[in-house]
Structure formats: C-alpha cells, structure tokens
Design a protein around this ligand. Structure first.
Ligand code: MIC
Ligand code: SF4
Length: 639
C-alpha cells in the first residue's frame, strides 16, 4: 500500500477504497479559522451535541485580525467562549496562521484532519491525511460523524535529484501546477515519493502540500520519515511521531516525475496559479510590492533565509516590502536573534502573524501595481485592487525582486545561497493556547450584534421553474462568488449582510436580480467554485434564492458545500449545450425530485431546446438535497 491508502484504510468507516466510490472516514482532528469558524460553530451548536467527539479540535483566529469596527472582535469573543463550552482549544489572534501553527504544535502523522479552510492539506507535510472542507462538514466531524469524500486516484509524484541553489520547494509545486493546471488535481491525492523527498525539510514539504490545493486535489501527502521525526523532536513532540512510508511494492494509479536537478525558479503570472512561467523569461518587469508570508511560505526557514539574504542590504526604493511571519513561534525566534533586526533594517514592513495581505486584509497594492507574493492564490481582485497584477513565487524570487525592484532570476543575481542554521530546538511556549475546561456546560457563549442566527431553508419542490440569473465562464473561484477582503470578511457571521456581495465584482446587479427571482439558476463552465472552502459561497447564493447551479464541472469542496445547503448541482451532458442558454432564459425541470430519486435522466427544458443534464449524487447526497440541506437532514434523522 501507499501512504495515503494506509491512512485511509485505518480510518475507513463506510464504502470501499475503489476510485469514484464514496467513502466515509473517521476524523481524528479538526481545525477552524475565524472567517469560516463562526458559521461552523453556529452549526455545531444547532446540532445539540454537548462536546466535540474528536481527539483534538482547535479554533484559530488568523484571518479577520484587522479590527476597523466591532465585528471581527465580536467574532473573536464568540469563538473564544464557544470553544470553552464545547471542548475546543482556542488559539487567539497573534498566535499565527492556522496551518503553520497546527503543523508546529498539533499535527500528528498518520492521523486524519479536517479543516474549514482549503489549505488544511498543509498537514500532509508531516504525513497527515488532511482535508479542506466547508464549515458544516467540519461541524459534523466535530460531532463524531464521518467525513465523506469520493475515493480519489492516488498519484505518485516521483521527485528525482536535489534542488539547486536559489531554487525551492515552491518551484516544485509551481512546476506541478504548470504540468497539471488548476483543475488537474481533481479526484486525486498527490503522494510525494522518490529520492528527492529525503532532501526536503518539513516546512518545504508543507509548502508543497499546502499549494496542492491550487491543483484542485483532494489532498497531498508526504511520508512520515526521519526528517519528520527530527522536526517533531525539535518541537518537543517526539511522542507524536510514527513512521509511515509506502510499502516497497506500493502501487499508484498514476505517476508523474519531477527532476529537481534541472528545475529553475518559476513564477505564476496573473491571474491564475497555473499560469506558470520561468522567472528568467519575465526578467526586467518592474515591481511595486513584494510580500513574504502566508500559510505557504512563512516558516522559520523562510524567514531566516529572508533575514540572512537581506543582512546589510536595502530594499529598492520603489518597492513596498511586507513580511508576515507565520506564527508567534516564528516571530519570537526571529526577535530572539539578529534576524528581525536585519529584516527591519532592510526597509521591510513587519505585519502581525496572520493571513493579512493574502486575503486582502490590508496591503492592497496601488492601481495597476505589479506585486510578487510568496502566497498561493492570485485570483483577480483578491488582493483588494482589481487591476493589480499579482505574481506567485518563492521567497528566493521575492527577495531578488525586493532588492532590484524588478523580476529577477535569483540564480543569476545572488552569490551562493547562505547556510541557514535552524535552532536545535524551536522556541516553544504553549501558554497562549487556551485549553477548554473539563466541563464547559456552564460557559456563557457571547454573541455580539453581528452574529446572526442561521436560517431554515425550505426543501426543493417536486418540479422547478427557474430563471438563469447569471452565466459565467471557466475556473470561477470562490473569490469571484463571494469576495473576501477587509470590507466583506467581517460579515461572515451575518448572512443577510454578506449576501449583498455575492458576485459583486462580476455583476453588480446579481444580488438584487437573484433576490427578486424565485428559483434562480446559475450557469457556469469548468471547475466552478475552485479555491477556498468558504461555505458562504454556497450559503449566501442559497439565501438569495439560488436553487440550481448548472455547469460543465465542479471543484470538490464547493460541490460539497452546494449540496450541504440544498442547492442542486448539475452538469451539462453535452458541453456544447452551455452555449444554448443565456441570462434571463426560463428553464423548467419537471418532476425533478422523483426523476433523481429514481435515477432517471434529467432534462432542462428551455424555450427552444431540451438539454440533457447529469447529477452525480450518492444516495446520501440526494437525501441531503431533498431535505433542503445537511442541517435539516441531521435534524430530520436525529428525530
Ligand atoms: C482563502 O485562502 O481563500 C481562505 C480565506 O483561507 C479560505 C477560507 C475562507 O474563505 O474563509 C480558504 O482557503 O478556504
Ligand atoms: Fe490565510 Fe492565505 Fe492561507 Fe487562506 S491562503 S489560510 S488567507 S494565509
């Protein structure tokens, strides 16, 4: 068996490990962050379970840390109190980005982890089987329910050789994105293997598994080996280590090879993580902003490289250079040595340990700016500036650009790469995690005025007459569906308010058009809903009256979220039918519930055409949709 199958088989609660079949997995750990967590905990509360049933659940505050009004701070208080009530560890703002902190202090090789954030697969860097999911699926996992996925293909990524100087782990995942595209990973787990694995540290591995999300993958994973043990030892967590490696005769469903010896510095051009180019081919483009941070590249190793490289140098005058260390541990370690001094003296602006600019929480670049970031997403407008040109790259490439003011190949610009000395032991201080009391039943949960209770959604009618309220193209991301950023993110616990922003950057009239239409239908292209796990991208459209999304294909997490909120996900049988329907067309789905129940063919009847559509739903998913969503279904089956 390979590593992924070993962990799946140990956690299998239902279904068979056959590609394409639904399997239910026992979940050992969960994590949430504040932007998705408030909704996840409101849903958990509605389930009436007195305490989480996982081995460990952690609630992080890392996204909404800009407090320009009462909303975010109210959310933080709510999260703190509800964590204490239900047996969840609370990690307050300042502790760092959930994925980085979880890797440092809580992740355990061989365990399963579900997180209400799409980059939860970062945990694959220490050999966890870690999945991003919507908040409601995480709430279910906390309540002890299985987590369902479609059994993916396991793809072996055979890493050959060793990275050259100034070429980094980020280039490995960018190369994979170049090869596979943002939709190439759907229905796949990428398992890294081969001699190159032994040359990569845990933070480097985590950079790769983190950004496997951009491939659309179910998850990504590395084996747990001596390097993993060494990392956990330095975190004083040796007891958490187990060896998990593929059997010698392990088989895989597909194989890809990447030769690290010949890999060159790469960069993803605007506005998609798979628009990957060689850095040397873009050299000379003037750069206005550089950011080093985010859950992809904010480890101590990344920051020490930054400090060593910048020592005694000054940032180019035309560049705004921002640094966000991934965790309190990373920042404290920098502060405990000369490293932070070198970074500050170079002219860098030091941000708090949080998501920050990655999610448009500040640092929006100037109009038309070119911004190089070590982050994982460059969807149009995500930075907060619609016409900014965001490029994704390694810290090495970011540093070269920060110093020269233009895109620069670090392998030509710098001399030998400095040797980074990692400490014998990481700086460990768990005092800032708030452990829940043994009995939290008397804890008062504090809900500020921005926290609105959940709506009850009505089930689907037997027949449905709907209207197309939006038609969009391929690769629509959740950032298109429901933007983030400093203005909209604080509304995550206020569904009526946040719903006004659905598709705001794509079509300003969308929200009012959808609200005034009964049974709205959205038409989309390939890979609809890629990107974030935010369930608000399903919940808010449902609130506006969307009942069906008909597209060429879906991204995994968004598909699960649509089902969870009772929106029927359909796909075109013949992709060219996409061209037959337009905004404003009325569409009739006659007797659709019974047809789906009986596994018959569904036709969408438009004025001049009859279109065959597919629904690829398991019985469990059909039941959820017919009940009007997962919460309704849980309530129904519990009574
Ligand atoms: C993101 O990177 O888009 C986020 C913000 O972390 C999201 C979660 C969210 O929208 O709250 C994600 O990746 O799941
Ligand atoms: Fe935070 Fe950005 Fe990572 Fe999302 S991708 S968790 S916003 S740092």
């Amino acid at each position: 068996m390979n590593v992924a199958k070993k962990i799946i088989s140990q956690h299998l609660l239902s279904g068979k490990m056959e590609i394409g079949h639904e399997i239910g997995l026992r979940i050992d750990q969960t994590l949430t962050q504040d932007a998705t967590g408030t909704m996840a905990y409101l849903q958990f509360e509605a389930m009436g379970v007195p305490k989480v049933k996982t081995k460990l659940s952690v609630s992080y505050v890392d996204h909404n840390t800009l407090q320009s009004g009462f909303e975010n701070a109210d959310d933080h208080k709510f999260l703190q109190t509800i964590a204490a009530k239900y047996g969840i560890i609370f990690s307050p703002a300042g502790n760092g980005i959930c994925h980085q902190v979880h890797l440092e202090r809580f992740g355990v090789p061989g365990m399963t982890l579900t997180g209400s954030d799409s980059h939860t697969p970062t945990g694959g860097g220490i050999g966890m089987l870690a999945f991003g999911a919507g908040g409601l699926d995480v709430a279910c996992a906390m309540a002890g329910q299985p987590f369902y996925i479609i059994m993916p293909k396991i793809v072996k990524v055979n890493l050959k050789g060793k990275l050259g100087d100034w070429v980094s782990a980020k280039d490995i995942i960018l190369e994979l994105l170049r090869l596979q595209s943002v939709k190439g990973g759907r229905g796949k787990i990428y398992e890294f293997s081969g001699e190159g694995v032994k040359t990569l540290s845990v933070p480097e591995r985590a950079t790769i598994t983190n950004m496997g999300t951009e491939l659309g993958a179910t998850t990504s994973i590395f084996p747990s080996d001596d390097i993993t043990r060494n990392f956990l030892e330095k975190q004083d967590r040796k007891a958490s280590w187990v060896r998990i490696e593929p059997d010698e005769n392990a088989t895989y469903d597909e194989e890809i090879e990447i030769n690290l010896n010949t890999l060159e510095p790469l960069i993803a051009a605007p506005h998609m993580p798979d628009k990957v180019k060689k850095v040397k081919d873009l050299k000379g483009i003037k750069v206005d902003q550089v950011g080093i941070g985010s859950c992809t590249n904010s480890s101590l190793a990344d920051m020490l490289l930054t400090a060593e490289t910048l020592k005694g140098k000054k940032i180019n005058k035309n560049v705004s250079f921002v640094i966000s260390p991934g965790s309190r541990q990373v920042l404290a370690t920098l502060a405990n040595s000369d490293a932070l001094f070198h970074i500050i003296e170079s002219g860098a602006r030091i941000l708090e340990s949080a998501c920050g600019p990655c999610i448009g929480m500040g640092q929006a670049p100037k109009s038309g700016a070119v911004s190089l970031r070590t982050f994982n997403r460059n969807f149009e407008g995500r930075s907060g500036t619609k016409n900014a040109q965001i490029y994704l790259c390694s810290p090495e490439v970011a540093l070269a650009a920060a110093l020269t003011g233009e895109i620069t190949d670090p392998t030509n610009y710098f001399n030998k790469k400095p040797l980074i000395e990692m400490p014998e032991k990481f700086l460990i201080d768990d005092a800032h995690f708030q452990l829940p009391p043994v009995d939290g039943s008397n804890v008062e949960v504090i809900k500020g005025p921005n926290i609105k209770s959940l709506n009850e959604f009505v089930p689907l009618d037997n027949s449905l007459n709907g209207k197309i309220v939006l038609k969009v193209g391929d690769n629509i991301s959740t950032d298109h569906i429901l933007p983030a950023g400093a203005k909209i993110l604080p509304l995550r616990s206020n569904l009526p308010a946040i719903s006004e922003y659905v598709f705001a950057a794509v079509d300003k009239e969308f929200a009012s058009r959808a609200k005034s239409t009964s049974n709205g239908i959205i038409i989309g292209g390939e890979n609809y809903g890629q990107g974030s796990s935010r369930e608000h991208a399903a919940l808010a459209p449902r609130y506006l009256g969307i009942r069906i999304v008909l597209v060429k294909s879906f991204a995994r997490i968004h598909l699960a979220n649509l089902i969870n909120f009772g929106i029927l996900p359909l796909t075109f049988d013949d992709l060219s039918d996409y061209n037959k329907i337009e905004l404003g067309n009325e569409i009739e789905f006659e007797d659709i519930k019974n047809i789906i129940r009986e596994n018959k063919t569904v036709y969408a009847k438009a004025k001049n055409s009859k279109i065959k559509v597919n629904y690829n739903l398991t019985q469990r998913q059909k039941d959820i949709i017919f009940a009007g969503g997962l919460l309704n279904w849980i309530k129904k089956t519990a009574n």
